[in-house]
Design a protein around this ligand. Structure first.
Ligand code: THU
Length: 132
């Protein structure tokens, strides 16, 4: 998707980021997931005192979307307040792949879009239900 058209999805991710619960790392992330029918479902990272139960913004967005009945997705924007873009972690790549397929991944910070990728390139040789 051209940078100019990704603007509203990135803006939604920036707004979601403001709701992050990142008291332990201070690293706030926002994500905005676009469905095939054009709905936008957002998520932010949620940390807690035991640290290990932290949930990334991308998985919050995907789990929210699935639990609301969405099941077809085209792209996700991910925003952090850093010069280098924040790509999805390994756990998020797996979940995004299993439920979203070869999503377009748009990385941005608070000021600009930093890059666009296809999930299949970020998660080569994936394990998924086709192999069970
Ligand atoms: N985090 C995300 O929400 N998404 C990413 O893509 C990378 C990391 C969160 C997890 C944790 O709350 C904080 O960022 C620092 O790792």
């Amino acid at each position: 998707m051209p940078a100019s058209e990704a603007g509203s999805l990135i803006d939604a991710a920036r707004r979601a980021r403001e709701k992050a619960h990142a008291a332990f790392s201070g690293f706030k992330v926002g994500a905005a997931l676009e469905t095939k029918d054009g709905a936008i479902i957002t998520g932010s990272n949620v940390e807690n005192a035991s640290y290990g139960l932290t949930m990334c913004a991308e998985r919050v967005a995907m789990f929210k979307a699935l639990s609301e009945g969405h099941n077809a997705f085209v792209r996700i924007a991910i925003v952090a307040n850093t010069e280098s873009p924040t790509p999805p972690c390994g756990a998020c790549r797996q979940i995004l792949w299993e439920f979203g397929g070869d999503l377009e991944i748009i990385l941005a910070n608070l000021f600009e879009q930093k890059g666009t990728y296809q999930l299949k390139d970020l998660l080569p040789l994936p394990f998924d239900a086709r192999l069970l």
